[in-house]
Design a protein around this ligand. Structure first.
Ligand code: CO
Length: 246
């Protein structure tokens, strides 16, 4: 007969928590006093649930500095009450002015959308991506390999979700009332820890409405990084052992 499982043993996590809280207090004696009073994040992060892409770590921010929503493949469904409630609270209550939609290369959700298996609940979640991929399969098939197709879909997905966030009544209402609110599209490289700007960056209804459709966007090259930041990325990636720039 199989043995019944013993009590859950996560004491090591609780121990780590105590050590962390002690370290924080030692480094900054009023840290938790400030945290207990209020949160005043400047940013909303809409990212993937992937365990490697944690907003605070990637942005090097402390607790209290970024409001976070994550789901598989950072999808903004227009009927997702979870996302909408987070977005509304961030914009209307916390007065966050910067909404970052961040995807990542090597996203398992995107990879699944590009495959054939349709046996799980997540396939309903990923349906918009599957439909987009199917519609433009010829464009993706023209790429040299599976990795290139996945990278492109990771990038296009970010741009698609930026458009969707910008189409929510919450963001529309903010822009109608001239509230300063920016929506950004970024992608994170799990192999080098670097964020890359993809665009579009939107701050008004006019900007949103002047965008080409996501279908047309697929046929354009992704905007290159500009200037100093690209040089910094190039220098850093040269330091990596050359296996992969992503
Ligand atoms: Co992912």
């Amino acid at each position: 007969m199989a043995q019944a499982p013993g009590p859950a043993k996560l004491d090591h996590l609780l121990d780590r928590n105590v050590a962390w809280a002690q370290r924080r207090t030692r480094d900054d004696p009023t840290f938790f006093v400030r945290m207990s009073e209020q949160q005043t994040p400047k940013y909303l992060w809409i990212g993937c649930s992937d365990s490697r892409v944690t907003a605070n770590d990637v942005l090097d921010l402390d607790p209290g500095e970024v409001f976070v929503h994550r789901n598989i493949a950072n999808v903004a469904h227009s009927s997702d009450m979870n996302l909408l409630a987070v977005l509304e609270y961030a914009v209307n209550v916390l007065r966050v002015q910067h909404v970052i939609v961040c995807g990542h290369y090597g996203c398992g959700g995107i990879e699944r959308a590009l495959g054939d298996d349709r046996s799980a609940l997540v396939d309903f979640w990923l349906q918009p991506l599957m439909m987009f991929y199917r519609k433009h399969k010829a464009v993706f098939d023209a790429l040299p390999d599976r990795r290139s197709r996945l990278d492109l879909m990771c990038e296009i997905n970010v741009e698609m979700q930026v458009r969707r966030v910008a189409a929510t009544p919450i963001v529309e209402n903010a822009w109608l009332h001239k509230m300063p609110l920016y929506v950004y599209g970024w992608v994170y490289g799990t192999a080098d820890g670097l964020l890359r700007k993809l665009g579009p960056t939107l701050s008004s209804l006019a900007e949103r409405d002047s965008l080409v459709s996501i279908d047309d966007r697929l046929l354009m090259p992704v905007e290159p990084q500009s200037g100093v930041r690209q040089q910094a990325i190039d220098a850093f990636t040269a330091l990596l052992d050359g296996k992969s720039s992503r």
